[in-house]
Design a protein around this ligand. Sequence first.
Ligand SMILES: Nc1ncnc2c1ncn2[C@@H]1O[C@H](COP(=O)(O)OP(=O)(O)OP(=O)(O)O)[C@@H](O)[C@H]1O
Ligand code: SF4
Ligand SMILES: [Mg+2]
Length: 322
Amino acid sequence: MRQIVLEVRDLRVSYHTPSGDLPAVDGVSFSLAQGEAMGLVGESGAGKSTMALALMRLLPRNVSMLEGGIELEGRDLLGMDEEAFRHEVRWQKMAMVFQGAQEAFNPVVRVGEQIAEPMVVLGGMTKAAAGAEALRLLGVVRLPGEIIQRYPHELSGGMKQRAVIAMALAMKPRLLLLDEPTSALDVTVQAQIMDQLKELKQELGLAMVFITHDIALASDICDTIGVMYAGKMAELGPAEDVLAKPQHPYTRLLLASLPRLSQDAPPQFIPGSPPDLRMPPRGCRFHPRCPQVFGRCILEEPPLLGVGEGHESRCWLAEDRP
Ligand SMILES: Nc1ncnc2c1ncn2[C@@H]1O[C@H](COP(=O)(O)OP(=O)(O)OP(=O)(O)O)[C@@H](O)[C@H]1O
Ligand code: SF4
Ligand SMILES: [Mg+2]
């Protein structure tokens, strides 16, 4: 039976901006079981990082609204006081590899010390024990132990990213949020890191939220895929169904935009750009860009409609399915 680790219900996050409130995550729900990975895909600005930062309770100060439910192993995270969250949840139960994290290393502190630090500060370990654990973690992400003595600039991009993953694993979390963990790396290194993440998922039974704009990359590791568009889930379902039988026109365009060796036709570009979230279009948010738009789309916003076992699409076309 699926053992649910994370349950997100109707999550809403808005930012305060000088030109009005900007709803970046607008009613998103999903659940994640132990050992399962969910891919969160979508174009820039879809709300992917905001969602992950909300889970970690690390949103920037200009958040004007945070509503909904987040439960981790049955515990309500949004209602918890900050002290308890910091001591019991953040990094201990749920860790995150931030977008662009390789650049966040302190350039003048040795890598080993940086990996060991949270174990001393949060875990109350002695420096020696944390150092030994840092060495073990480097082995887990297949990095040679001597790296512990190096400074960040002495590591390649791929090594740095592995070290960042090792850091996130330091407190033995049950859930790992990875925000574009491979986007700054070349394809060979990207493939190595993906293999590594697959191993971690299997060996440690980690639940993962894997954020990427690259739906092909998500398919490599994910059990379920959520396609976000303009702050909302456009399509959500088992990875094989979303990839083989995409139901939302936006998902189809995302898939058609991938270059394929087996096809003579060049990849398609998605026309237009995502809306300004302060003034989203009426009706379906995707309608100004949708090749299948019809009258109702412009007037009424579609809800998520069931299109298969555990598979939903936010599109009126789903109503016509048998
Ligand atoms: N601190 C902030 N203040 C105001 N608006 C913000 C802030 N952070 C993000 N946004 C806006 O919220 C929306 C969602 O941003 P977010 O970074 O979550 O998207 P994303 O899907 O992670 O994009 P990317 O693929 O570029 O990382 C965007 O319109 C963005 O401009
Ligand atoms: S509801 Fe209409 S505009 Fe929106 S995705 Fe479906 S067909 Fe396109
Ligand atoms: Mg982002």
